[in-house]
Design a protein. Structure first.
Length: 367
């Protein structure tokens, strides 16, 4: 590996030495400030060079979010034909101009520098010259301490090895644990910020579940692998996490994903400043909805006693109104009228009259 990555060792060591020469004008050349800030400056330089790849990563991530429903439909349609499924996926990527690997470009491009720095610090811990760093510079770097921990020491180093670097095992482990916790926390916050603010919550896709899973997986990975990293590498990785967090906050604030919480907040800010005008149709729709909401009155809930009291009051009012108009009230109309008994004689006369009325008059020709 040293033969393959030899040129990269030279490049990384040369950049560190140049920054070290610059910071040695302010700090002691053997101090942890001079060497620690050199590593931080290496990270900043690399991340500035990776900004174009970061822009591609943002575009690719958004395109993947948009394509998730179509990808899910293809998977359901060709779930029994994996070859056809892969062909349709590649066709979808070509038509939309999306490259799934674009979201991983910053990490892939940064990995060689990370491996090179790891090997350079290992060489320094082993008291071996590396790249452009001669023995004098290696001795200076070995004596540099960051909060009491040598930049080439690890959490799992033995007490004798740590003593050879002029430090104590307690200082090394306390510093490494604090830095590992800070790395994991910064990674968790960065991923959580992406999930809660910069994702279109109206579309439920497998991509969201994947991002949610990574929000917990990455911090655990940093905690597990961090105990094997030298302090200088922890400085490198903590710096790149902080850079990523700040860079993402800037992007979410200025150019959020449409449909996300951050996008709605940005629209509200622009409206408040008068830099964004709403669609007239949307304004009219909002006004109509507010007017309908204001005119619609919900009935108030009353107790049983109040309902009975109001019912009796309405009945009394209706009675008074009917008396004033000369019409009988509902109670009077519903009351059956009493019938007086008829005399018995009257009934007999009526029967006799009915019998007479029932007899037909004789025809004149029959007299």
């Amino acid at each position: 590996m040293d033969t393959i990555l030899g040129p990269l060792y030279t490049a990384v060591s040369w950049i560190i030495v140049q920054f070290h020469s610059l910071y040695s004008l302010v700090f002691n050349e053997d101090s942890g400030w001079a060497w620690g800030l050199s590593i931080v400056s290496l990270v900043v330089l690399i991340r500035i060079c990776l900004i174009p790849l970061f822009v591609k990563q943002i575009k690719a991530t958004r395109n993947m979010q948009v394509l998730q429903p179509k990808m899910k439909a293809i998977q359901e349609r060709y779930k029994n034909d994996k070859q056809r499924q892969s062909e349709e996926m590649m066709k979808l990527y070509r038509e939309s101009g999306t490259n799934p690997l674009s979201s991983c470009l910053p990490i892939l491009a940064q990995s060689p520098f990370f491996i090179a720095l790891y090997q350079v610090l290992n060489k320094i811990a082993g008291d071996h010259a590396v790249g452009v760093m001669d023995q004098e510079l290696v001795d200076s770097a070995r004596s540099a301490h960051i909060f009491g921990a040598p930049i080439a020491s690890k959490f799992l180093d033995s007490a004798s090895k740590v003593e050879s670097l002029n430090a104590t095992l307690v200082d090394v482990r306390v510093v490494t644990v604090i830095m590992i916790v800070m790395m994991s926390a910064s990674q968790f916050y960065t991923q959580r910020q992406l999930m809660t603010k910069n994702v279109d919550l109206t579309v439920k896709t497998p991509f969201m579940q994947q991002q949610k899973m990574l929000m917990y997986v990455f911090p655990i990975m940093f905690a597990v692998f961090g105990i094997n990293f030298p302090v200088g590498v922890l400085v490198y990785w903590l710096t790149t996490n902080v850079w990523t967090m700040g860079q993402q906050m800037f992007v979410i604030h200025r150019n959020p994903t449409p449909g996300s919480v951050a996008f709605k907040q940005r629209q509200e800010r622009l409206l408040a400043k008068g830099k964004l005008k709403e669609d007239p149709a949307e304004v009219e729709a909002k006004k109509a909805a507010e007017a309908a909401r204001a005119s619609r009155q919900q009935p108030k809930r009353q107790s049983k006693a109040k309902r009975q009291h109001s019912g009796s009051g309405q009945a009394a009012k209706s009675t008074e109104a009917s008396e004033a108009s000369g019409k009988p009230s509902l109670e009077k109309q519903d009351k059956p009228q009493e019938t007086k008994p008829k005399p018995a004689g009257g009934s007999e006369r009526s029967k006799a009259g009915q019998r007479k009325g029932s007899q037909r008059p004789k025809h004149p020709s029959k007299k």
